[in-house]
Design a protein. Structure first.
Length: 429
C-alpha cells in the first residue's frame, strides 16, 4: 500500500480535481436552470423541473465521487471483467423489443420507474476498467506481438462498440474507439499495430456514418450549414447565432433568446451555446480553461501513478472526459459534425453526470496514492554538465582577463600622471 504523502491543498492534484469538477457541475446546474426553463414550463408547468432532476443526480454523483475518491483504486483491478459483462447484458437488454425505450429515434435507455438509465454511458467506464486490467497485466514488451493486443481485448471492445452502434449511437461509438486506441498507445503498443487498428475503426465508422440518410446529412451539413438553413443546418446556425449574440460578456444569466425554442436540445447537447450567449466569450473560455485544467491534472495523475493499472485507468478517464468535451464543443461551434454527445458535467443528463463524477472520483483516488513529487532539480533531464562548466569557466576567465587588463591600464595611467606631475613640479622649481 502506497502511503499518502502530506501536501498542502494548493498543490494537491486530488483536491484540485475535486474543485475543478465541482466548479463544472455547479456551472452546469446554473446553465440548466436557465436553458431548460422555457421547455420545462411549457411541458410541466414549472421552470424548475429539469433543474430539480439534475440537482438530484448531482447529489447522487457527489456521493459516488466521494466513495470512489476515498477508497483505494487498486481494489477495482478485479472489477474489469464483471463490469464489462454487466454492461454487455444491459446493452443487449436495451435492444430487446419492449425493454429499451425509444427516444429521439434511438433506443438507448432503460426505463426504471420515473427515471431513465443510459447503459452506453456506463460502457465508457466499464471499457476503461476492463482494458486497464488487461493491459496492466501484460508486459510492455509483449504488446509488440499482435496476438497480445488482439486477444482478448479487441474482440471484447468490438462487441461493446457493435452493441452501442446498433442503438444507434454514433457519438458514443466514436468515443469508445478513441478511448481504446489512446489506451493502447499509452500502454506502449507500437505504431505498426495502432495504424491498422485505427484504419479499420475509421472504415467502420465511415460506413456507419454514411449508412443512414440523417447521419450523412448531419456530417455534410457542418461543412456549410447555410446550404440547408431550415433543415439539416438549422441547429448549427441557431447555435452560432446564440454564441455570436453573447459578445464579450454575454447578455446576462437567464436572458437568452435562443432558448425560446430556437435551439433544439438547448439544455442537453447545446448547452454550451446558451452559455456562450448568456456569459459571452468570457464564459466559454472559462469552461474551456476548466476542461483544459482537468485534462492537465489527469495527465499529471497518470504520469505519477504508483502502478501500471492506475496509469491506464487515469489515462482512459482523462481521454474520455477531454475528448468528449472537445467533440461537444466542436459540434456546437460547427467545427465538427453533430453527434449527440453531451458536455461532461455540464449538460443535462443523470446517467452521464453520475458516471462521470464516479470516474473522476476514481481519478482522484489515483491522485491521492500517486508517487511523491520529485525534487525540482531531479525533474531536469540528466545531461552532461561538463560542457556547461567549461563554458562557464571560459566566460568567467574572459571577464577576469578583461578586468586584469583594465587594472593594468589604470595602473599605467596613474603612474604616467604621477610622473608628469613630478616633472612639472621640478620645472617650476
Amino acid at each position: 500500500m502506497a502511503e499518502q504523502r502530506p501536501r498542502g491543498s494548493s498543490g494537491n492534484p486530488a483536491v484540485l480535481l475535486g474543485i475543478t469538477a465541482g466548479a463544472l457541475v455547479v456551472l452546469g446546474l446554473v446553465m440548466i436552470l436557465s436553458a431548460s426553463s422555457v421547455v420545462s414550463y411549457t411541458a410541466y408547468g414549472t421552470s424548475f423541473y429539469f433543474f430539480k432532476r439534475q440537482l438530484l443526480w448531482a447529489a447522487v454523483g457527489t456521493i459516488g465521487f466521494m466513495v470512489f475518491a476515498s477508497m483505494d483504486y487498486r481494489r477495482l483491478k478485479g472489477w474489469g471483467y464483471g463490469a464489462y459483462l454487466f454492461v454487455v447484458a444491459l446493452l443487449v437488454a436495451v435492444l430487446l423489443p419492449g425493454v429499451g425505450a425509444l427516444k429521439g429515434g434511438s433506443v438507448r435507455w432503460l426505463d426504471l420507474g420515473p427515471f431513465s438509465f443510459q447503459p452506453s454511458e456506463l460502457a465508457k467506464l466499464a471499457l476503461i476498467l476492463f482494458a486497464a486490467d488487461i493491459l496492466s497485466r501484460k508486459p510492455e514488451r509483449s504488446l509488440g506481438k499482435f496476438s497480445h493486443t488482439l486477444i482478448p481485448l479487441m474482440p471484447a471492445i468490438g462487441l461493446l462498440t457493435l452493441l452501442v452502434m446498433l442503438q444507434p449511437d454514433l457519438g458514443t461509438t466514436v468515443l469508445l474507439g478513441a478511448i481504446c486506441l489512446c489506451m493502447l498507445f499509452v500502454a506502449g503498443a507500437p505504431a505498426l499495430q495502432l495504424i491498422p487498428i485505427g484504419a479499420v475503426a475509421l472504415a467502420v465508422g465511415g460506413v456507419m456514418a454514411f449508412s443512414e440518410d440523417y447521419r450523412r446529412a448531419r456530417i455534410l451539413a457542418f461543412q456549410d450549414p447555410w446550404a440547408d438553413p431550415l433543415n439539416t443546418g438549422y441547429q448549427a446556425i441557431q447555435s452560432l447565432i446564440a454564441m455570436g449574440s453573447g459578445g464579450w460578456f454575454g447578455v446576462g444569466l437567464g436572458a437568452s433568446r435562443q432558448k425560446w425554442s430556437y435551439i433544439p436540445n438547448a439544455h442537453t447537447d447545446f448547452i454550451y451555446a446558451i452559455l456562450g450567449e448568456e456569459m459571452g466569450l468570457f464564459g466559454t473560455l472559462m469552461v474551456l480553461g476548466l476542461f483544459a485544467f482537468l485534462t492537465y491534472l489527469g495527465v499529471r495523475t497518470a504520469r505519477r501513478s504508483c502502478d501500471r493499472f492506475g496509469m491506464m485507468v487515469a489515462s482512459g478517464i482523462t481521454i474520455w472526459i477531454g475528448f468528449q468535451a472537445l467533440v461537444n464543443i466542436g459540434a456546437v461551434t460547427a467545427t465538427l459534425p453533430i453527434t449527440g454527445v453531451p458536455l461532461p458535467l455540464v449538460s443535462f443528463g443523470g446517467t452521464s453526470l453520475v458516471v462521470s463524477m464516479a470516474a473522476l472520483g476514481i481519478l482522484t483516488s489515483i491522485a491521492r496514492h500517486a508517487k511523491p513529487l520529485p525534487k525540482r532539480a531531479s525533474t531536469r533531464p540528466n545531461v552532461n554538465r561538463a560542457p556547461i562548466a567549461e563554458v562557464r569557466t571560459a566566460v568567467s576567465g574572459f571577464f577576469d582577463k578583461g578586468h586584469e587588463r583594465a587594472r593594468r591600464v589604470r595602473t599605467a595611467s596613474d603612474a604616467g600622471r604621477s610622473s608628469g606631475a613630478q616633472g612639472a613640479h621640478r620645472a617650476h622649481r
